[in-house]
Design a protein around this ligand. Structure first.
Ligand SMILES: [Zn+2]
Length: 467
């Protein structure tokens, strides 16, 4: 993100009870119990869910711009990680019409932003199961201090909707295990009034018009965090092709922005995708691109997987930031939200690398400028970058001091080790999750040097460090 500026039958339980009654001692499977309502993130205790792992989402999103209504149908394929008597999905506000588990009606209740689902038959540990939720309503954006004071999530535009959900707004538009540590693949099917375009992640499988509506089927075959899913809808001019390096590219721009040609989004996206592929390792996804919408009230852009979302025509520096996130954040994702500097510090550092690549400023000078611009008394130095707390997780320290950490590391271990470390990191944790300790460990391994003091100084300590 960047600021601009087979179900076991209950008869088995009966058999067990009968056996116990008959006096047998049985090494029985543990009883089925409810899955935890959260995945264990201290910043968002209710987000994500326990007792299963998400494998694949099939999202159906039917949008009606006049009323703002979304009619949704989500089928989640998941694997139970314990014997489950019930489990939760996250869904904020919208109304649930029905739920089926393994194609049988399931009971459910709502508690806050949780749907508590009780399948007809309990689910065995290791079992793969499907849950289908039919739901609907008018999704509302979230707001508050977390995302620069801006609204975020499902945001109505003049001609449709702009969808950018970091960190916790995916569950405002589809029921999910809404946490980056529970990644899954996706099919996303969008329909809207004829003439509008639905843009989402991955590759466009097909699109067609029928009965006064336009239909779009997108498929993301690589694991994706919920917050990186999008379904932006509106009038768009679409340009497709391949980057010079051969990666397919899809760029959608709201036609009302056509006169704003301060930056060639298509060309910069292509060039930066190819350049980052040389520095960070092979591009991790099947397509690159952008969706540029007319939603200036959203004061941010987001690295939605394969196609960053820009709420206006943003700068070249913002574009290269969001594309760097395809490696740092999207392919290698945080384990908990406190690890957010692994996304934002790296994407900010990528902006410094881009300036170095362009010959405008070395990363060393960018580092010095960022360091010198902030006096020791500045609140900037009061944030612990490695654990910035929920409401300040996107504070400038996470971005800028995170980037300073990386330049300090580069100057300690040298260019050769540093530019070996970056692709080693994206390879080791490709499509997975990692935390700060994992990065320190790899940096020490690649450089062959102890580095604990350096990480302590730049991301664990507060206060302005001496150079
Ligand atoms: Zn960012």
């Amino acid at each position: 993100m960047a600021l601009s500026r087979s179900a076991r039958r209950s008869s088995r339980l009966l058999a067990l009870a009968t056996a116990v009654a008959a006096g047998f001692t049985i090494a029985a499977a543990p009883a089925a119990t409810p899955g935890a309502p959260g995945i264990g993130d201290p910043y968002f205790p209710d987000l994500g869910n326990g007792g299963f792992h998400a494998l694949h989402y099939d999202l159906g999103v039917s949008y009606h711009p006049d009323s703002g209504r979304l009619d949704g149908r989500t089928t989640l394929t998941a694997r139970a990680t314990q014997n489950l008597s019930s489990f939760d999905l996250d869904l904020q506000k919208l109304t649930v019409d029905s739920i089926r588990v393994n194609d049988r009606p399931a009971d459910f209740t709502r508690t806050g932003d949780e749907i508590v689902i009780t399948p007809r038959h309990w689910l065995r540990k290791g079992e793969r199961f499907e849950v289908t939720v039919v739901y609907g309503g008018v999704p509302k954006p979230l707001n508050g201090p977390i995302v620069f004071g801006s609204d975020y999530g499902w945001m109505k535009t003049k001609d449709g909707v702009f969808v950018a959900c970091e960190p916790n707004a995916a569950s405002t538009w589809f029921p999910s295990s809404d946490h980056p540590s529970d990644k899954a693949t996706y099919d996303i099917r969008i329909d809207a009034p004829k003439g509008l375009t639905g843009v989402s992640n991955g590759l466009l499988v097909n699109s067609y018009d029928s009965g006064g509506r336009s239909y779009f089927h997108w498929r993301e075959t690589k694991p994706m965090a919920t917050y990186l899913a999008t379904a932006t809808i509106g009038k768009f001019d679409v340009k497709t092709g391949r980057t010079p390096g051969g990666t397919p590219i899809y760029v959608a721009i709201d036609p009302v922005l056509a006169h704003q040609n301060t930056v060639d989004v298509y060309a910069v996206t292509a060039e930066a995708t190819d350049y980052w592929s040389k520095l960070f390792g092979p591009y991790p996804f099947e397509e690159t691109g952008a969706v540029v919408d007319d939603m200036p009230e959203a004061g941010f852009s987001l690295e939605t997987q394969t196609k960053p979302s820009y709420s206006a025509v943003r700068s070249e520096s913002t574009i290269v930031h969001e594309l760097a996130h395809q490696w740092f954040g999207d392919s290698v994702s945080v384990r908990q939200w406190k690890d957010i500097w692994l996304n934002e510090g790296f994407a900010t550092y990528a902006q410094w690398l881009w300036a170095e690549h362009r010959g405008t400023e070395t990363a060393h000078d960018s580092f010095r400028a960022a360091y010198n611009a902030r006096p020791a008394a500045s609140d900037f130095w009061k944030i612990e970058v490695a654990d910035p707390q929920r409401d300040t997780m996107f504070s400038s320290a996470v971005y800028q001091r995170g980037a300073m950490m990386l330049q300090a590391l580069r100057e300690r271990i040298g260019d050769q080790a540093f530019f070996k470390l970056l692709p080693a990191w994206t390879k080791l944790h490709r499509y997975g999750n990692a935390d700060t300790a994992d990065f320190v460990k790899l940096a020490e391994h690649v450089s062959g040097r102890p580095l604990g003091d350096l990480f302590q100084k730049w991301i664990y300590n507060t206060g302005k460090p001496a150079l």
